[in-house]
Design a protein around this ligand. Sequence first.
Ligand SMILES: NC(=O)c1ccc[n+]([C@@H]2O[C@H](COP(=O)([O-])OP(=O)(O)OC[C@H]3O[C@@H](n4cnc5c(N)ncnc54)[C@H](O)[C@@H]3O)[C@@H](O)[C@H]2O)c1
Length: 415
Amino acid sequence: MSIGIIGLGYVGLPLAVAFAETGDDVVGLDVDPRKVEAIGAGESYVEDISSERLSTVRERITATTSYDDLAAVEAVLICVPTPLTANREPDLGPLRDAARRLAGVLRAGQLVVLESTTYPGTTREQLVPLLEESGLGAGRDFQLAFSPERVDPGRTDFTLRTTPKVVGGLTEACTDRAVALYERVCDHVVRVGTPEAAEMSKLLENIFRSVNIALVNELTILADRMGIDIWEVIDAAATKPYGFMRFDPGPGMGGHCLPVDPFYLSWRAREFDLTTEFIELAGRMNQQMPYHCVERIVRALNEAGKPVRGMRVVLLGVSYKAGVGDVRESPALKIATLLAERGARVAYHDPYVPELPSHDLRSAPFPEVLDGADAAVIVTAHPGMDWEQVVRRVPTVVDLRGVTRAIHADSVTRL
Ligand SMILES: NC(=O)c1ccc[n+]([C@@H]2O[C@H](COP(=O)([O-])OP(=O)(O)OC[C@H]3O[C@@H](n4cnc5c(N)ncnc54)[C@H](O)[C@@H]3O)[C@@H](O)[C@H]2O)c1
């Protein structure tokens, strides 16, 4: 088959590689010429795809910035960003732009699938009219479906192939086409009756995580006040073999998904006279976590007889999750800002993030970064980090991820 992919980021590039690995010809399109160049050179910028893996299928992937190159493909997958505006409302700008430009080259018989996370109704109400500017009818001349992407950057136990893929087409025939397409790269494809059901299923998954993370974070703040070790509590609760799912506390939510996607649904819900209380509450709770973490850092320094002002505070990990270099909405950024506002001299080490231009900082090498540190804060539990050395070398350690639990030292404060 020949498959076009619009948007070659965390979602689009792994899809491009997966289809190319099954022997399909892929046309990858991005508005960012640097990404197009990198793919042409066989250089991956997404951690889950090594440059070696990309290079082996480079012949089958044509990277381009021109929509004209999509005219000849059989199916087009749209994987562009769906961020929020400054007013925290859905920003469908990239999606509408991609759809409008695709309409300019759309041909009868093509299948279009939207993968970007969005509110229920987007495929039918936004994509259909834009794509029909081509003069072709959706569900009649071309097929259209929504299939949410479930990639979890950094995860190795489940892959694109082993993670079931949900598909909902505009018509039965649209679903059939999309199911057949994804069965090339996924072992299990799940049909739902409408694009709206597929759109909302993705939001349910993300809201489920957001709410549960907020719940455990709230209980963490309470446990701190009550002098109870929350990790011990969670370990104990997690021994229940049914009816409980473990979520660990942390410095807050980051990435493109959890801090953003739930608000697509709360925005849409207002049109139906409903305020989605759980979503709003979870968002508020998780946004508070960086403030709580800074309070814990200030307290830990105070216990060591030190003010914050003038102290060297080293953040270990600044990306939003372990094993990836994505700093979008990372709570580490807020923590760094709040510490700097209080006069701390902030430094950081993150093997995945060489620089933080927003804070005018560069990653310092490990373990040298620990030299002269008054406090080290474990913000992201990247694999391969030597936490014992951190505890040995730094007088005050604040662990926001629970990775030092096996290390017994009075100098360590855990969330
Ligand atoms: N990152 C994840 O873990 C993840 C997981 C599941 C779903 N999603 C969803 O998938 C979508 C894409 O997310 P991502 O993380 O891959 O984003 P990303 O920012 O990594 O990649 C998106 C790419 O689209 C390109 N782009 C922007 N506007 C474009 C346009 N008009 N035409 C062509 N290309 C354009 C950008 O240059 C970028 O390379 C979002 O809706 C996101 O919510 C992301």
